[in-house]
Every structure is written in structure tokens, then in C-alpha cells.
Write a protein that binds this ligand. Structure first.
Ligand code: C2E
Ligand code: MG
Ligand code: MG
Length: 739
């Protein structure tokens, strides 16, 4: 929960940061844009001013050109008019003017194109006579062919210098005038025009919409543009000041108007500079592009950081989920995952099955952990591949697995378990390990969501059949709780029983077939309960084999037998070898050989007085056991293969393992009387003898059995026919009394 809250806080703060950054960028980009716009307008003003200056300069140049010509003109009397015109003539070509002319004070004008006209009503004349230079608007040529012209005029003074002697004028064709003004600007993309305050167009760039138009305001009106004046100026039909307007023609343009120096023209002219906004905006756009790019990069970075965060969060979560719900060994589901999945099975009926591998410790101890792991993985594969729809499996730990199986229409649960066990026992062959077999406890349930309870009950069912070779599965409802409790009681009292020497060693003598005399004995343990009753081995040996206590008990019996033999030896009695059982589980304690040798040494007893019995099941397919047998041999013990023929029969064992004696199990002896059984017994005995093994027959109860075995040259007989296992005193009496 706190993790979720943290994530929410992190997300919100990241979002907040992102918003703040975006707003900051937006704000600063607006500021930059405004600032740049202002700069832009200033640039435009500057450009317009330069344009105006340029125009003024051009106009002044033209006037200066007239002033230059005026100097030295014979103006004192009209009689010199021809000479004056002759002097002017070369300049028309030189300066590309339509005509030059001189207006005498009476208004009569003489021109270089030989016209004599009365210009007394013209402004050029009036201004000139007042001593002022003048530039006309675009006017129709009043002399010669009708053409649009602009007239420049200056007063010319008598030589005394103060009185105006007349007016010198130059008439330019309007196109020429335009050339002079060179009104294009901004790399040809902008244009200019010169207008009178009321809008009359004096000159305009050819590329402009004002070219050859009469009135600026009419054109602007057509374009739907209204000039917005700067403070204090008015443009509604009359330009008075400078100002800026935005017009769409159709592209957005800035239009800047400003007055020209009126002292040049002697009338109020305005210069209009029009520039497409995007030209001016070029830098702004560039900057804005960078700003946008920056914005984009920031957003992208934030998005990337956010995505990365989400990804790593998701990845981490997935990893944690994997760790939490995956079994590291099998890669499949673990118990937590199983429980979680079972929650979703509410209302489904089925079987919760707890299972583990019979004596898995043996596989681990004899074949190594690596092989053990391979076996577990193999078991997992078998289990998980046997699942049908809606069923589950998980590895809990060590050799424990859990299953949830459902009733199937075509196969019973028992059949399925048999199939699973069949495939699993195949694993042992594939992996070359001792037998792999599953024990399963089955708990039928209608409430799979209560997995804990189901698993507990399935476990109890499993424990109830542990170590019963005849059955490998059990239903919870079949549990013998009485038995279960008894087992628990025995486990509980074991420690105390060992301390208080409640375990007694009984001896069952073995007899020679040759002369029916005692040749040796087997030590068999009995548990004397507090009420003096005897608990037989089948009640506690399998139990202790399961929980590992057996190794303590085996050692206890071994030590007791050694002590007893030594005692008899010290008493000067003849010693008969006694065989002591070593359980499979005891064998897997690595230092067993050393331990047993040490006990022998402690009692200063020769190993020839003690024999060791190892059950056949422990010896099958087991190289480690072979090594142990060899090491026991090296110490001097004789080794007996116990219970041969009891379920695990493997004739190969006889050859592979270096046992000294083969003990035929009672189940084989019971074949005697049956033809085929006898044949089998015959061949086993012959084979063992051919391998140099001594033969002891166990569980011989009848004379016929004894005789059959004797006839096959079986060496020794152990069985009720001769004697049951005897308490120490009885055995001692049997051995020594009467001897
Ligand atoms: P085992 O080692 O095969 O011992 C022989 C068992 O066969 C003994 O049973 C013995 O009483 C029984 N038996 C011998 N002759 C006859 C016969 O003619 N008829 C019948 N019906 N039974 C006969 P016991 O003493 O009950 O022991 C059972 C098993 O318990 C032993 O089988 C052995 O595996 C185990 N055991 C006994 N003592 C020890 C011990 O100290 N350590 C270990 N690890 N196992 C022991
Ligand atoms: Mg035995
Ligand atoms: Mg036996």
C-alpha cells in the first residue's frame, strides 16, 4: 500500500514538474515572441526611416542637380533665353529628364523641347518665385504629349543674389522618377510608395498594389485594411504622423507610414513602407522554431523519463512478481502462486494433492545435489504436463509438490496417479538414480480457496502412508488417525527410550544346514515400553527411517552387540558372529564406516565377530553403496545382502556388489512347494554360489523348506523352524548352557 502511495506521489510530482516546465517554456516563448515583435517593428521603422532618408536624399540630389545647372545660367534678361535653353539642353540627355525649362517672373516658360508656355498658375512657379524648391505630385504633362510627370523646381536668383530671377524646372517622366526613388526594399519583397497626406499617390513601386493607382486609401479600402495610427496621429483619410498598421494582402504585411522632410518638396509627403511579416519574422520564426524545438525536446525528454519510469516500475514489478510467484528451481509456479490461483477457483471442486518423493534424500546423498535437482525438475515436468484444463501444480520446496486436480470424465484419479508414477519411475532410468517414486496425500475439497487447510489435510494423508511399499497414495478420509497418533507418540519417546536403554537386542540364531548347529545370529531390536510390553520393529523402524532417528538406533544396537560380544570374549566364551542391521538411511551418513570402526576399537573387538546386513533395496543401482561396502570390507566386516527377493530383485546387484553372504527373503522361501518358485530359488542359489556368495535363508518355518534348502547346499538357515529371535539371556543359554 505505501508503495502504491509513493508511486502516486511520484507520478503527480512528475506531472506537476512537466506542467510547470511546459508553462515556463510557453511563457518565455510568448515573452520572446513579443520582444522579437517589438524588435521587428523597430526594424521596420528603421528600415522605413532609411527608406525615407534615401528618398529625401534622392530628391535632394535632383534639386542639387538643378542648383548645379542654375549656377551661371544667363537669367538677367529674357533676351538671353535662347542661350539659356541651349545651355540646358545637354543636361536633358545627361540626366534623362523629359525636359528642362526656365520660367521667367511673368510666368512664361521656355523649355529644352522648344515650348513656350505660361506656367504662371503652376505651383512650381509660385513656390519658386517665393524662393522655395518644389517637387510636384504626379501630374499630367501640360506641355507636349500627355504623360504622367513629376516636376522638380528651384528658384534661380539674379547675380546680386537676393531677388528671384525665375524658376528652373526639370520634368521627369513618372517612371524615371520611380527609378530615382528606387522604392523597392527588403530584398525586393517589400515595397514603398510616396503619398500626399490625403492619400494621393505620388510614386509607388511597380510591384506594389499602389502602382498606377490614384489614392492610397481607396486601394487600402479595397484590400480591407484600416490604418491604425500611432498615438496622437490620425489616418482616417489623412496622414498626419508616422504609424504602423497590419494588413492582409492576402499575406500578412506590416505597413509603416512616415512623413518625408517637407523642406525638400515644399509640400507634405509621406513614405509608406510595406513588408510581408514573414520577411521580418524570419529571425523570429527561426527563434520560435528553436523554442518549439526546445519545447518538443523537453516534452520528449519528460515523456521518455516518464516512460522509462513506467517501464522500470513495470519491469521491477514484473521481476518482483516473478520472484514472488516463480519457483527458482523448476521455473514454474511456487506455493504462493498456487495459493493465489486457488483463490480464483472458489466454488470449484477437486482434489488438493500433497506429494513428495520417497526417500529423496537417498538420491541427493548418493547421486549429488545436481542429480537431485534434475530429478526434481523431471518430476515437475511430469506433474505439470499431466495437468488438464483448470488444474494446477506447484513446487513447494525440497521434494515437495502440490497439485490441484479435478474429476475427469474419461479417467479416474487413481489411474492418473498411476500414470504419473509410471512416468516418474522412468525418470530414474533416464537419470540413472535410485528409484524415484511419489507419495501422494489426497484431500477432496469444495473450497479450494482454503488452500492452507487443504494442503495440511493432504499432508496428513500423505504421512499416513509414508514408507508403505504397497501403497503410494492415500485419501484424507482414509487416514488412520489412531496410527498417526501412535507414530507421533513413538517419535516423541525415542530420545528418552535411548537414554533409558529401553531398546533391547534380541538374537535369532542361524543354523548350519550341514550339522544343524548354531553358526551365527542376527541382532534384532525390540522396544521395551514403560508398561513392560514389547514394541515390534515394524512399528517403529519404518517411522525412524522416515525421520532419520534410525541411524541413532542402528548405532545403539551395533554398540550393544559389540559390548556383548566383548563381554562373552572376556568371559572366555566361544564367539559366534552376530549380524547387525544397518538401515538404508543410516548408510547415507558419510562417516558411518569410521564411526563403526571406532566403536569396534573402543571395545577392542575384532570385526570378524560382527557382520553387517544391508537390505537389497538400498543396494540397487547404487554406486555409493558399493563404495561403502568396499570400505566396510577394508575394515574387516563381512557384508550380508539382506531381504534378497523382496520386491527389488535385481540379479545384477549380486554381481556388482561385493557382498559375502546373500540372505534370501522369507517371500522366496515361501515359494518352496511351488514348482516354478522352486526353480527360481534353485537358479538364484546356483547363481549366487557361482559368484562365491554364502547363502542364508530367512524365514524358514518348515522342515520341508529346510530340507529343500539343505539339498541345494544353502549354507545357513534362520527361521522359526529352528528358533525365533531370543532375548539375550535365552540366546546366551542356548549358546553356552550345556556346552
Ligand atoms: P530382517 O533384518 O529381515 O530380520 C528378519 C526378520 O524376520 C525379523 O523380524 C525376524 O523375527 C523375522 N523372522 C525370522 N525368521 C522368521 C520366520 O521363520 N517367520 C517369520 N514370520 N518371521 C521370521 P523382526 O525382528 O520383526 O524385524 C523386522 C525387521 O526390522 C528386520 O528384518 C529388519 O529389517 C528390521 N530391524 C530389526 N532390528 C533392526 C535394527 O537394529 N536396525 C535396523 N535398521 N533394522 C532392524
Ligand atoms: Mg536383517
Ligand atoms: Mg531379512
Amino acid at each position: 500500500m505505501p508503495q502504491k502511495k509513493n508511486n502516486l506521489i511520484l507520478c503527480v510530482s512528475m506531472l506537476f514538474t512537466a506542467i510547470v516546465i511546459i508553462i515556463a517554456i510557453q511563457y518565455s516563448s510568448t515573452k520572446i515572441r513579443d520582444k522579437l515583435n517589438l524588435e521587428l517593428q523597430n526594424t521596420l521603422k528603421l528600415a522605413a526611416e532609411q527608406n525615407a532618408l534615401f528618398c529625401e536624399k534622392e530628391l535632394a540630389t535632383e534639386q542639387n542637380f538643378l542648383r548645379g545647372i542654375a549656377r551661371g545660367l544667363p537669367v538677367n534678361s529674357a533676351s538671353q533665353k535662347d542661350a539659356l535653353i541651349d545651355m540646358l539642353r545637354p543636361y536633358t540627355e545627361l540626366y534623362n529628364v523629359k525636359r528642362l525649362g526656365f520660367i521667367y517672373p511673368d510666368g512664361t516658360a521656355y523649355t529644352t523641347d522648344d515650348h513656350t508656355v505660361d506656367l504662371s498658375s503652376e505651383d512650381s512657379f509660385k513656390y519658386g518665385m517665393e524662393g522655395r524648391a518644389y517637387v510636384s505630385d504626379v501630374i499630367d504633362d501640360a506641355i507636349g504629349d500627355t504623360e504622367k510627370i513629376n516636376v522638380f523646381s528651384i528658384p534661380v536668383y539674379y547675380q546680386n543674389g537676393n531677388t528671384v530671377a525665375g524658376v528652373l524646372f526639370a520634368a521627369y517622366r513618372t517612371e524615371m522618377f520611380l527609378d530615382l526613388l528606387n522604392l523597392d526594399c527588403f530584398e525586393g519583397q517589400g515595397y514603398s510608395c510616396i503619398v500626399k497626406p490625403y492619400g494621393a499617390i505620388i510614386a509607388a513601386s511597380e510591384s506594389s498594389p499602389f502602382y498606377k493607382q490614384k489614392n492610397l486609401f481607396t486601394v487600402l479600402e479595397k484590400l480591407g485594411v484600416k490604418l491604425t495610427p500611432d498615438k496622437g496621429s490620425s489616418v482616417s483619410g489623412n496622414l498626419t504622423n508616422s504609424g504602423l498598421a497590419v494588413c492582409h494582402m492576402p499575406k500578412e504585411h506590416y505597413l509603416y507610414y512616415m512623413p518625408l522632410d517637407s523642406s525638400i518638396t515644399n509640400s507634405q509627403w509621406f513614405i509608406i513602407t510595406v513588408v510581408p511579416v514573414n520577411i521580418l519574422n524570419k529571425h523570429v520564426i527561426q527563434v520560435l522554431r528553436y523554442v518549439n524545438l526546445l519545447l518538443f525536446v523537453v516534452i520528449l525528454t519528460l515523456a521518455a523519463v516518464f516512460c522509462y519510469y513506467l517501464y522500470s516500475y513495470w519491469h521491477q514489478k514484473k521481476m518482483l512478481t516473478t520472484l514472488a510467484y516463480t519457483d527458482p528451481l523448476t521455473g514454474g509456479d511456487n506455493y504462493a502462486c498456487f495459493q493465489k490461483k486457488m483463490q480464483q477457483k472458489k466454488g470449484t471442486s477437486g482434489y488438493i494433492i500433497s506429494t513428495d518423493i520417497y526417500e529423496f534424500r537417498i538420491i541427493n546423498n548418493t547421486c549429488g545435489n545436481q542429480k537431485g535437482n534434475e530429478a526434481l525438475i523431471g518430476v515437475w515436468k511430469t506433474l505439470s504436463s499431466s495437468l488438464k484444463e483448470g488444474e494446477l501444480a506447484a513446487h513447494i520446496h525440497a521434494d515437495r509438490f502440490i497439485l490441484f486436480l479435478k474429476e475427469q470424465p474419461d479417467i479416474t484419479l487413481t489411474e492418473r496417479i498411476d500414470q504419473i508414477n509410471a512416468s516418474i519411475s522412468q525418470l530414474a532410468v533416464e537419470l540413472n538414480t535410485p528409484r524415484i517414486m511419489l507419495y501422494l496425500g489426497i484431500y477432496p475439497t469444495d473450497a479450494p480457496e482454503d488452500t492452507e487447510k487443504g494442503y495440511g489435510c493432504a499432508n496428513q494423508a500423505k504421512h499416513a502412508i509414508k514408507n508403505r511399499l504397497t501403497q503410494n497414495y492415500s485419501y484424507y478420509e482414509d487416514i488412520n488417525f489412531q496410527q498417526h497418533l501412535e507414530d507421533l507418540k513413538l517419535e516423541y519417546s525415542f530420545e528418552e527410550a535411548i537414554q533409558s536403554h529401553r531398546f533391547e537386542v534380541w538374537y535369532q540364531p542361524k543354523y548350519s544346514t550341514k550339522d544343524e548347529s548354531i553358526v551365527s545370529a542376527e541382532a534384532l531390536v525390540r522396544w521395551r515400553d514403560k508398561d513392560d510390553s514389547l514394541i515390534p520393529p515394524f512399528k517403529f523402524i519404518p517411522l525412524f527411517e522416515k525421520n532419520g532417528m534410525i541411524s541413532v538406533l542402528d548405532e545403539y544396537v551395533f554398540e550393544a552387540v559389540c559390548a556383548q560380544q566383548k563381554k562373552w570374549e572376556n568371559e572366555g566364551r566361544k564367539l559366534f558372529p552376530v549380524s547387525v542391521n544397518i538401515s538404508r538411511s543410516s548408510l547415507y551418513y558419510s562417516n558411518i564406516v569410521e564411526k563403526y570402526s571406532r566403536i569396534l576399537q573402543t571395545h577392542s573387538l575384532s570385526p570378524k565377530h560382527i557382520e553387517l546386513e544391508i537390505t537389497e533395496s538400498a543396494a540397487v543401482n547404487n554406486n555409493e553403496i558399493q563404495t561403502l561396502i568396499d570400505r566396510f570390507h577394508e575394515t574387516g566386516f563381512r557384508m550380508l545382502l539382506d531381504d534378497f527377493g523382496n520386491g527389488y530383485s535385481s540379479l545384477a546387484t549380486l554381481n556388482q556388489m561385493h557382498f559375502d553372504t546373500l540372505k534370501l527373503d522369507k517371500s522366496l522361501i515361501d515359494y518352496i512347494g511351488d514348482e516354478n518358485g522352486e526353480k527360481l530359488l534353485y537358479h538364484i542359489i546356483k547363481l549366487a554360489q557361482s559368484l562365491g556368495l554364502k547363502i542364508t535363508a530367512e524365514g524358514v518355518e518348515h522342515k520341508s523348506q529346510f530340507e529343500f534348502l539343505r539339498d541345494l547346499s544353502c549354507d545357513d538357515i534362520q527361521g522359526y523352524y529352528f528358533s525365533k529371535p531370543l532375548p539375550l539371556n535365552d540366546y546366551q543359554s542356548l549358546l553356552y548352557s550345556g556346552a
